[in-house]
Design a protein around this ligand. Structure first.
Ligand code: ZN
Length: 70
């Protein structure tokens, strides 16, 4: 599965094949020369970003305060 972002209307379009003429389904702009992204790897990147976000949110948890009077 391949994905291209139209440089005219900025809408994503998807195709199972990366060859031949690729026209934007929304505005009919020619996307053939636009670099395609692998939709699966884009999904993985999103998952990695979510994992990173979780990591950072965990870091923001309050650090336990050590009571020095004990
Ligand atoms: Zn378009």
């Amino acid at each position: 599965m391949y994905k291209k972002i139209c440089n005219k209307c900025h809408q994503p379009s998807f195709s199972s094949c990366n060859t031949g003429t690729w026209l934007c389904p929304i505005c009919n702009h020619d996307l053939t020369r636009i670099f395609s992204q692998d939709a699966e790897s884009a999904k993985n990147i999103k998952q990695q970003l979510e994992l990173l976000a979780n990591k950072y949110s965990q870091k923001q948890n309050p650090v336990p305060i050590v009571n020095k009077s004990i």
